[in-house]
Structure formats: C-alpha cells, structure tokens
Design a protein around this ligand. Structure first.
Ligand SMILES: Cc1ncc(C[n+]2csc(CCOP(=O)(O)OP(=O)(O)O)c2C)c(N)n1
Length: 331
C-alpha cells in the first residue's frame, strides 16, 4: 500500500524533528561534560550546575516554541540557553569570563542571556525566573503580539512566594505564560517530599491554572505536551503549568561528589541506565528506521567537533578590559 502524501509529509517532519532534538540533547550533554572538565582542571572560574540527565526537558520545551517566544532560566541553565539557540562558542566564552561571551564575560554560568533568540536570561534566585517570565508575558499581551513566555524552574521554587504572586496575576489577566517545573526530585541535598507539602497539581489548581505532568526523560512526550499547551496559551486561554519529571545524573553542582548521604547509588544508576533521554530517543529513531547507527554516530562526531572548536575559541578569547568594570552591570 502506498502511503498518502500527507502521511509521507508527517513522517518526514517527525523524522527531521527527532534528529534535530537528538542533536540538541547531545550538544547539551557534551557541552556539560566539557564544562565539568574545565572545572576539574581549574580552567573555569567559579562553579556550575550540570544539566546532564535533564536534556529532554529543555529540548522538548524549546522545540515547541518559536524563536521570538521568551524563556527564562535558572542556576542550572546551560541546557535552556543551548536549546533556545545559543551558540556553543559564546557560551563557553561566558563561562570562562571572556569578552566574547554572551554577557561580555561578566555574567558567567548562572546569568547567560541571549535576547536575539528570546532568552531573557538565567538567574540564581530560586523562583526568580517566574516573575520575569510573567512580566514578559504581560509585555507581549500589552504590545498585542502572540508571543508566549516559558519559565523554567526547579521544584525547589514551589516553596517561593513569588511563584504564587506571579501565577495569581497571570491567571487574573490571562497572560500567555507557561510555568515549566523541572521536578528532578531534589532541592540541593533534600528530597522534595521533605520540603513540599501536598500534591503539586493542587498549587496551580488553586489559581485555576491548568496542570499537566509529563515524563521529562521522553523528549517526544515533552514536545507533544508542550505543543498542546503552547497552542492553548497562544490562543489567549491564559497561563498553564507543565511539570516535567526528570533527574540530574550528577551532583547539585560540580563539586557535589559524595551524594550517598542524600540519595543512593542504586537510584542514580537506575536513572542513568534506564532513563537516559538521549539513549531513549536514539532507540526510538532506530526502531522507526529513521536513521542508521552510522548516521547517529555522524551526528555525534559533528557535535563533538562543535564543542571542541567552541572551547578552543573561548580559551583563546580575551578578557574584558579593566576599564569596563562598571559598565553593563546593574546593582
Ligand atoms: C531564593 C533562594 N534561596 C536559596 C537559594 C540557594 N539554592 C540554590 S539552588 C537551590 C535548590 C534549588 O532546587 P530546585 O529549584 O529544585 O532546582 P535544581 O537545583 O534541582 O535544578 C537552593 C536552595 C537561592 N539560590 N535562592
């Protein structure tokens, strides 16, 4: 039986999307591995919070957004920036404090913004992203555009009052904002059940904000859920809340090496072995016959080269001039 042109088109689109998401997740994974290496070899000032394991969330969410839609991010933000379109070389430059970085080397790991692609920035204040995204959504509504704002935050932000003030306003004013809760189970070194009373869904429900929960290790599921949410929010239905259930494979930050006092090695191993979002998408691509093993290997080689060139660029880049010390900063 011959497939209809419509079916062929859908398959081609799906295939293209799957390969794009695979490449994006791999880029985040290899970027983060390199960040860890820069930290361990004392070539990076400060520290970083690795996103490894959570790639399916950033990539699935951003795949459902337009370039001119907004995102706001967190202390664990490299994946969000890359998924929204940031360039690897300028990201590394920022982490290494170089002038060529996104914030002229003055922001570092936790403050990367890239307004050309709608990334309003990461920030280290737990829950801070929710206020900024809600403001961006208000701005889009007042300007009469159909942009939406998606804010990433960890489940630790469920304890922050700002989230509830922002959701209240967003619900009253039907703002085009999507609250994307990355529930990776731990707020630093504490399981979220020890900090979060009741059921997560009841929190947005209190404001009449629709709630959905999705397996964050399945990038296709995240994309599908987010696409539906974005359509509704863009059409003026008001805010939405999407919980993505996920896990960070490494420590809270790069120096968090001994984690046995707050979570077991078996638990970590289970997530790494059975719930790796990249392995999972790769397996699906194979099972659907969308790409051969060699093609995925080729993608990996290309991303490795991109990462290698990005680090090389950043290591060779200059630092900002001392005369700039009080410019482009806010206090
Ligand atoms: C307002 C505020 N309180 C406390 C901290 C210290 N802090 C940094 S990260 C973190 C835990 C964040 O957990 P979660 O929001 O779940 O994000 P995750 O690190 O799991 O991605 C805390 C308490 C902070 N940065 N900001």
């Amino acid at each position: 039986m011959t497939a209809s042109p419509y079916q062929q088109q859908t398959t081609a689109e799906e295939c293209e999307r799957a390969l794009r998401m695979y490449r994006q997740m791999l880029k985040i994974r290899l970027f983060e591995e390199q960040v860890n290496d820069l930290y361990l070899t004392a070539r990076m000032p400060g520290l970083a919070h690795l996103y490894i394991g959570e790639e399916g969330v950033a990539v699935g969410v951003c795949e459902a957004l337009r370039r001119d839609d907004f995102i706001t991010s967190t202390h664990r933000g490299h994946g969000h920036c890359l998924a929204k379109g940031a360039a690897v070389d300028r990201m590394f430059a920022e982490l290494l404090g170089r002038h060529a970085g996104y914030c002229r080397g003055k922001g570092g790991s936790m403050h990367i913004a890239d307004q050309e692609v709608g990334n309003l920035g990461a920030n280290a204040i737990v829950g801070g992203s929710t206020g900024i995204a809600t403001g961006a959504a208000l701005s889009a509504q007042m300007r009469g555009t159909d942009q939406v704002a998606a804010c990433f935050f960890g489940e630790g932000a469920l304890g922050q009052g700002l989230l509830y003030e922002a959701m209240n306003m967003a619900a009253l004013w039907k703002l085009p904002v999507i609250y994307v809760c990355e529930n990776n189970l731990y707020n630093e070194y504490t399981h979220f059940r020890e900090t979060t009373a009741g059921d997560i869904r009841s929190r947005p429900a209190a404001f009449g904000v629709p709630f959905e929960s999705v397996d964050g290790q399945d990038v296709r599921a995240v994309y599908a859920a987010m696409s539906g949410v974005v359509d509704r929010v863009r059409s003026g239905a008001g805010p939405a809340f999407l919980e993505c259930r996920t896990y960070r494979f490494f420590g809270h930050y790069v120096g968090d090496i001994d984690r046995s006092y707050y979570r077991s090695k078996e638990e970590e191993q289970d997530w790494k072995t059975n719930r790796d979002p990249i392995v999972r998408l790769g397996a699906w691509i194979h099972s659907e016959g969308l790409a051969a093993e060699q093609e995925l290997e080729q993608v990996k080689r290309e991303v490795e080269e991109q990462i290698r060139a990005g680090v090389e660029f950043a290591l060779a880049a200059g630092f900002p001039d001392a005369s700039e010390v009080d410019q482009h900063v806010y206090a």
